[in-house]
Design a protein around this ligand. Sequence first.
Ligand code: R5P
Length: 291
Amino acid sequence: MKLLAGPASTEIAYKISRIMRADLIEVEHRFFPDRENYIRVKEAVKGEDIVIIQGMHPPQDTHAIQTFFLIDTLIDLGANSVELVSPYLAYTRQDKRFLDGEAISFITLLKILKNLGLRKTYTVNIHCPWLIPESPIPIIDLRGEKPLAAYIQRYNFSNPIVVSVGKKGLDMAKMVAEYLGVMYTAAQSERDKVTGSVRVELDGIPGIEAIIVDDIISTGGTMVELIKLLKKRGFQKIYVTCIHALLVGDAVEKIFSAGADRIIASDTIPNKFAEYSVAGIISEELKKRYG
Ligand code: R5P
């Protein structure tokens, strides 16, 4: 098996290749003057099993089309098989028709990947795990809670509560809290389908230190509401953690102004808050498959 570093995820691709001691094929990428993508696979791949490492974080459409070009080119060049590690998969939040007539973008994306000849996708904390059984290609959803919990121990909390939002969040909070040996809870949230604004409610919980966990921080709206509630309840130290830090627009400013002490994210998306790595869990999974 050979790894291939897609233009969106070169850093994590290097980490995975170092952990696995696997060959890493580099790709030449640039933009044409009109911003169309130029892609060139720089090594022979005939007969090889190739695993592309390429996230689909913003700019999602650019990274998605680079992924399409890579899969199609590798197959055209005679690769034996092509699999994709997309640490962050795009369009997973448009996983159903919330309003009549909407495109179910995630399913469309998966259909394209399948039609190009992709064999399997690996990702981390997919936003819509309930869609995995219906996916046209197999999806392996790896969980980033363990590397997050292992990392956060260095911050010397005395008796924190792990707080999250929603049913999926409760599951995430439970995994992190059990690893740390502390209590956990989850707030209920409701998002307006048209405006996207979020309302958060949390039953009374006592505490001074909170570790908020969520799979994605996008606009920061959910985090801000939760931080405000925790502040009202007297929490003094609030760490905001997530797997995927999209941090759109002024999300960072909003989160710190609401009272967060720190933002901690994984390296699924390259950004300055990416403090812990999911390269280990990805490598473990690939080793199971490829030895
Ligand atoms: C919701 O299901 C997710 O877990 C996140 O809470 C949500 O995607 C965050 O979005 P935003 O940062 O825009 O509130």
